[in-house]
Design a protein around this ligand. Sequence first.
Ligand code: NDP
Length: 240
Amino acid sequence: MNKVAIVTGGTRGIGEAISVALNEMGYTVAANYAGNEEKAQAFSDRTGIASFKWDVGDHQACMDGCARVSEFLGPVDIIVNNAGITRDGVLFKMSFDDWNEVMRINLGGCFNMAKAAFGGMRERGWGRIVNIGSVNGQSGQYGQVNYAAAKSGIHGFTKALAQEGAKYGVTVNAIAPGYIDTDMVAAVPPMVLDKIVAKIPVGRLGQAEEIARGVAFLCSDNAAFITGSTLSINGGQHMY
Ligand code: NDP
């Protein structure tokens, strides 16, 4: 049976690799994005995957976006909550807006998208939700109280929703990536990044495709018995 997947932030970085991997599995993919039209258009031209713009931090926009995807492509069976931002700074300097915006998008986005699609998945007796957390949500990170709290929240959200979905065939899992070579990491100052890479046992940044392969597995029928789980893909940076 054909499945329809929404990948939030699915037009570049890790999300792009996830959109492509799910598309290669034969799923119909809707790649969501926030506003970078140029990258979204180039992505759709390159891959043939449809892109849809809305802000995952806006509850109503998520309800409307999910309805729009259902109308064009069919009922939504898979949500990958990948969209995320950073607004780094030590607490001393972090504004309330920096805190709020990261919580609104990174954590609020997961709630909004799950709210939009979970009911339909439950009714049809099959669903997959994969939330992209972070190694920094597991271990904490200097200068990221907002990001670490939101990502840590994602891991709790995953375990709670997994309990609600289990008897309806809806699995809910998280992936906690380590440092991956994308625009987000390109924004980290080179000297800081060198120190981070020095602490990664495999000695390099990860590639977006290495996260996407994990997501693809969790979205497959082969992963039906895995729910409430967090898969760490971080080159050995954090083990527990
Ligand atoms: P990028 O910054 O490269 O891409 C972010 C994507 O999210 C873009 O497609 C962007 O859309 C989209 N996006 C941002 N805000 C919103 C919003 N409000 N609504 C909808 N879409 C939005 O990020 P990465 O690929 O590096 O990261 C992807 C995910 O992985 C994030 O959740 C991040 O926190 C997580 N992660 C990343 C790590 C890394 O090392 N890169 C490590 C651990 C976790 P647009 O193009 O329109 O701006």
